[in-house]
Design a protein around this ligand. Structure first.
Ligand code: G1P
Length: 287
């Protein structure tokens, strides 16, 4: 019987330069998709996948993220007075269903460096969620991955096919298909140019990692972009332990880019009757 995955690590120390000037004072994880910040979607996915310990690797200027998962007593008493308690229920529901652990990443030296900060509170396989990647799916992607981990063991990364011209934006895997959805990964390369990419199967921001990853994170040197890359450590891990890729079911939006955020906003709005009517009316009248 494998140990249940209960911990999810959220690196939230990055600057979010693609959303400047907004991210000058608002953490990119707090940018909203309709009415919830990006971090809400990631934490909700982890809770729905059975995890109850959220480890947030934060940095300077990220206070709004920890405040979000705290009770806001002034706001709550005001809303109670106005009989609008339901407005606060959503974010409290997340904080009431998980323990939040905050660790500071003093220097943002890359994704791998951020994950390494979680080592003192982890001694079992754990999940990693990159909140830029919002994934709309019937079964939460982390749950799909936890199921692969339960059946196969090892580590699991979410993968999807991308256009070969796009490989330099992603970690890319060299892998053998096991059953069309699950792949055994032999090698990973961070942000390769198309001619150097081992395939068009790209890593998406969801991982279930063996805690052996910390050993490899300590071994690697700065890689693509001069950063300590998680992909490089997973590549070493894959030489010693099984690492699987799961072609997940669901639609992924890159909410770290303006176009991706816009696409996600429209797609999520179209699932709400009132917003859908507004969008249809606007398109009919103005475009
Ligand atoms: C990170 C990872 C990359 C992965 C991507 C998915 O890159 O380093 O391997 O493919 O997330 O979104 P970033 O987008 O942070 O540059």
């Amino acid at each position: 019987m494998r140990k249940k995955i209960t911990k999810a690590v959220f690196p939230v120390g990055g600057f979010g330069t693609r959303f400047l000037p907004a991210t000058k004072s608002v953490p990119k994880e707090m940018l909203t998709l309709i009415d919830k910040p990006l971090i809400h979607y990631g934490v909700e996915e982890a809770i729905k996948s059975g995890m109850d310990k959220m480890i947030l690797i934060t940095g300077r200027g990220k206070g709004a993220v920890s405040d979000y998962f705290d009770h806001s007593y002034e706001l709550e008493s005001l809303l109670r007075f106005k009989h609008k308690e339901e407005l606060i229920a959503d974010s409290n529901r997340l904080s009431d269903n998980a323990t939040f652990i905050y660790i500071r990443q003093r220097n943002p030296l890359g994704l791998g460096h951020a994950i390494m900060r979680a080592e003192p509170v982890i001694d079992e396989p754990f999940a990693v969620v990159l909140t830029d990647d919002v994934i709309d799916s019937e079964i939460p992607v982390l749950k799909q991955m936890a199921d692969v981990y339960e059946n196969y063991g090892g580590s699991v990364v979410a993968i999807m096919e991308v256009d070969k011209s796009q490989t330099s934006k992603y970690g890319v895997v060299e892998a053998e298909s096991q059953d069309g959805k699950i792949y055994k990964i032999n090698r990973l390369v961070e942000k390769p140019e198309p001619e150097k990419a081992p395939s068009n199967l790209a890593v998406v921001g969801r991982y279930i990692l063996s805690d052996a990853i910390f050993k490899y994170l300590k071994q690697i040197r700065p890689g693509a972009g001069g950063e300590i890359q998680l992909t490089d450590a997973i590549n070493l891990l894959a030489q010693d332990e099984p690492v699987y890729g799961l072609k997940f079911s669901g639609k992924r939006y890159d909410c770290g880019s303006k176009a991706g955020m816009l696409e996600a906003t429209i797609a999520f709005a179209m699932k709400d009757d009132v917003l859908k009517r507004s969008i249809k009316k606007m398109c009919k009248n103005r475009f």
